[in-house]
Design a protein around this ligand. Structure first.
Ligand SMILES: C[S@@+](CC[C@H](N)C(=O)[O-])C[C@H]1O[C@@H](n2cnc3c(N)ncnc32)[C@H](O)[C@@H]1O
Length: 242
């Protein structure tokens, strides 16, 4: 049976600005949000991010101007808090440079931080006069610290995750794809089959594709038309690399 969330259909990806679309999602309707929002940095996606030839990286990556980033972050996180179910949770990815804005947005929205996870990946950008960054922050936050989904799938679930970035040799990709393995781990810990998982900043659509593969419902937004189409293609693939 088709599942609806106000004007949206579950298991569908929508092209558009998350700041416009999130307010149209009904309150309390989303079980889990997993998202890697834009960063507000001078983002040289092609040259730096996959550290290899840029010819397979899709153009059009949408950044937020630095001066607007704090307000942008507060807006989308407060909407995210509104649409989370009473037992809902959210995982927000952030580089260290804009972490302050994300933490302020979480506090302003009245969410509770359960863990501050570190994702360590296998390569960073070559540097001469500073350390190479090869980690990301993941804020695990909930609406209600007394009741939230947490399936303890490991006996000793540590807060540092070492997971390699994927090499998509010779394949098209968006500049900052999350590894499917990482997204799957989050979904298994913090959602159950049949739950609704949202990513308001889809990029290549990894969150939606893994949600589908794991029997969760999904919803997603992406402002760049080419990325949204790429994400739709990822989601409709039955097999292959997510
Ligand atoms: C860091 S990437 C997400 C990467 C994604 N997790 C993946 O695995 O590919 C952030 C995405 O947000 C998109 N974006 C930026 N501003 C947006 C907005 N206002 N609404 C929706 N999407 C936006 C960018 O175009 C970019 O694709």
């Amino acid at each position: 049976m088709e599942r609806r969330l106000g004007k949206f259909r579950a298991d569908t990806l929508y092209e558009g600005d998350a700041l416009t679309l999130l307010p149209e999602v009904p309150p309390g309707s989303v079980d889990l949000i997993v998202t890697d929002p834009p960063f507000a940095i001078d983002f040289k996606a092609k040259r730096l991010n996959y550290n290899r030839s840029g010819k397979n990286v899709l153009d059009g990556y949408q950044e937020i101007p630095e001066a607007e980033y704090n307000e942008f972050t507060r807006c989308w996180i407060s909407e995210a808090a509104r649409i989370l179910s009473p037992t809902g949770s959210m995982y927000i990815f952030s580089g260290w440079n804009r972490l302050r804005d994300i933490l302020e947005g979480i506090d302003a929205a009245g969410l509770t931080t359960i863990n501050h996870l570190i994702w360590k990946y296998q390569f960073g950008v070559y540097t001469k006069r500073k350390y190479v960054t090869s980690h990301y922050h993941i804020l695990f936050v909930v609406r209600d610290p007394k009741q939230y989904t947490f399936n303890k799938i490991d006996h000793y679930p540590e807060d540092v995750w070492v997971i390699n970035r994927e090499y998509w040799k010779g394949k098209k990709k968006t500049p900052t794809k999350l590894p499917a393995e990482l997204v799957k781990k989050i979904l298994l810990y913090s959602s159950n089959p049949g739950d609704l998982v949202l990513d308001p900043f889809l990029g290549s659509g990894t969150v939606a594709a893994v949600a589908r593969a794991e029997g969760r419902h999904f919803l997603g937004f992406e402002v760049v038309p080419e990325y949204c189409n790429f994400a739709r293609a990822q989601v409709s693939q039955k097999t292959g690399q997510l």
